[in-house]
Design a protein around this ligand. Sequence first.
Ligand code: T46
Length: 193
Amino acid sequence: MITETRPDLLSSLIAGKPLDGVAFKALTEHTDARGSFTEIFRDSWGTCLTPAQWSLVRSEPNVFRGMHLHRRHDEYFSLIEGHCLIGLRDIRPDSPTYNQSALYELTGTDPKVLVFPRGLLHGWYFFIPSIHVQAVSEDYAHYSHDDNWGCHWSDPELELPWGISDPVLSDRASQFPPLRQLLKNLATPGFSA
Ligand SMILES: Cc1cn([C@H]2C[C@H](O)[C@@H](COP(=O)(O)OP(=O)(O)O[C@H]3O[C@H](C)C(=O)[C@H](O)[C@H]3O)O2)c(=O)[nH]c1=O
């Protein structure tokens, strides 16, 4: 069982402003003597997501996943247990929140869901052992080879005040380019992720 270090913590937006098309929704945990029941997704909630794949992800402390970008699919994140940050950067030129960022802090003791549309750079950092579920509107077999872009999490031009240093990264994420280079790559016809 993962023990929370901060039971008083609430899941909330801690920096920046809500980005266009992003849903941040509280979940209702129904508890009784047997435990609890929490719905984590309904079509009728009206988020941007039509799920094609769900995944369960376990992360060790000080792990950072991202920053990733997908041009074709929307994404869902809900922290089941643990404590994490989620950073988003809007790089959609037509968006009313273009070139803006948002940083969220989530805790498993205050369950919430974040659903965001395609075209937002995203990454998550885990402070303690954590478990989350994520969903995508295009499955990995279809997007992984040509729509799994990334930039380096520490680029100051992301304008995300992570407040962390030297996280554990995948080999691939450790070699992601700066944001400016990613934007150039995205604008280069035929350049693949
Ligand atoms: C995403 C994914 C991964 N995998 C396998 C491939 C690797 O052997 C292992 C870890 O994959 P990866 O290093 O890509 O996981 P993350 O760094 O958490 O990144 C993933 O989650 C971030 C937030 C993204 O947005 C990426 O699109 C997605 O790749 O799981 C699968 O088998 N299916 C999948 O859908």
